[in-house]
Design a protein around this ligand. Structure first.
Ligand code: GAF
Length: 385
């Protein structure tokens, strides 16, 4: 049995006695390219990774929800489904659980209580979407427990996003929840965030996905993330389009002085990143890893120069990786920005040398070495046997 599965079962047994009715899992994610494009109705190219959150559940015969979180020192939460679900006094992980339950209630889940144990191995606070994986795994577990057949995996992803937007208060797009719910093993997904259509793109078998944690604390991420969203909305308004998905570089070139230079740069990142993401999916599908690397490099430069979401230590880490990898494959910052992780694609035969190079030459501003993960593109959410 998988170590994580054993952990969630042991946690459940210790808290509630006996075995759960079912266990669901959902993965974290890494985005190969297409950053901050999701909330502009654009394109993203993420893959699910082989790190999961697992959720063990059983029904109760009252309306209470009792939760134990293995990764937060066995911390617990209790609330009732009989009335409105309020926030936890200390926020944190418990509000993700409460938010998902609140959205499921709105979507028709009965007020039958549940015992719930959570355990995961997605690195937390690293920008690999541990929170989306928790939300989706929990939503999936409860869908099965209550036979909510009308909710498919896309509906669960949208529900999880609503939990973050309207309950937790983070204004994220749909990428993280959707890839967690619908990932395909061995593939990245080109997701059209307007229609939610997804095309699986195979990652060439001789290449691997490496994730490098920069150890730069993602300090400003919430306020700066929301600011970037506002700037994109301002750009769309000035350009007279519904979303930046509908704008073009030609429109920017002919925009009048009412388009502030800073807003113009933000819009240029989104418009160029959308085009790069579609081209990257084509390059990956064709096994053209030289082209893929060029597009990843251009994406990083655009995040650094136009969208201003990288930090100097991450720029150095990316440059180091680009040199170590060479022309076939590439590296770029991944996720919301202001710290977090770099994603790199390289031949499997290069992994040891690249890892050694990064561990020797990179240090975060407070002197820490990077943490390197070599990942498989994993499958999206599902039940665990
Ligand atoms: C975070 C958000 F949650 C995503 O929706 C996405 O916008 C990403 O940052 C940036 O591409 O992960």
């Amino acid at each position: 049995m998988h170590e994580l599965q054993q952990h969630v079962l042991d946690t459940f047994r210790a808290a509630f006695g006996g075995a759960p009715a079912l266990v669901a899992r959902s993965p974290g994610r890494v985005n190969l390219i297409g950053e901050h494009t999701d909330y502009n109705d654009g394109f993203v190219l993420p893959c699910a990774i082989d790190f999961d959150t697992m959720v063990a559940v059983s029904p109760r015969d009252d309306a209470e929800v009792h939760v134990v979180a293995a990764d937060f020192a066995g911390d617990t939460d209790r609330f009732s489904l009989a009335g409105a679900i309020g926030h936890h006094p200390h926020g944190g992980w418990a509000d993700y659980v409460r938010g998902v339950l609140a959205m499921l209630r709105e979507a028709g889940m009965p007020a039958t209580g549940a015992n719930i144990a959570l355990a995961g191995n997605v690195p937390r606070g690293a920008g690999l979407s541990s929170s989306a994986s928790l939300e989706v795994a929990l939503a999936l577990a409860l869908r099965h427990l209550h036979r909510l057949e009308h909710l498919d995996n896309t509906a669960l992803a949208l529900l999880a996003q609503r939990a973050e937007n309207s309950f937790v208060g983070c204004n994220c797009g749909i990428m993280d929840q959707l890839i967690s719910a619908r990932g395909v093993a061995g593939h990245a997904l080109l997701i059209d965030c307007r229609t939610l259509a997804a095309t699986a793109v195979e990652i060439p078998a001789s290449f691997v996905v490496m994730i490098i944690e920069s150890r730069v604390k993602r300090g400003l991420v919430d306020s700066e993330y929301n600011l970037r969203r506002q700037q994109c909305e301002t750009a769309a308004r000035v350009l007279g389009v519904a979303k930046l998905r509908d704008a073009s570089l030609a429109m920017l070139a002919t925009a009048g002085p009412e388009l502030d230079p800073l807003i113009l740069r933000r819009a240029r990142h989104i418009i160029s990143e959308n085009a790069r993401t579609v081209r990257a999916a084509e390059a990956l599908a064709a096994g053209n890893m030289r082209r893929m690397g060029q597009l990843m490099a251009a994406s990083h430069a655009s995040m650094r120069d136009d969208f201003s979401i990288t930090v100097p230590a991450i720029d150095q880490l990316v440059a180091l990786l680009q040199v170590a990898i060479g022309a076939e494959g590439g590296a770029r910052m991944t996720g919301g920005g202001f710290g977090g992780c770099v994603v790199a694609l390289m031949r499997a035969s290069q992994v040891d040398a690249v890892r050694a190079h990064v561990l020797q030459h990179y240090r975060s501003p407070d002197g820490q070495a990077a943490i390197v993960h070599v990942c498989q593109a994993g499958a999206g959410a599902g039940l665990v046997d």
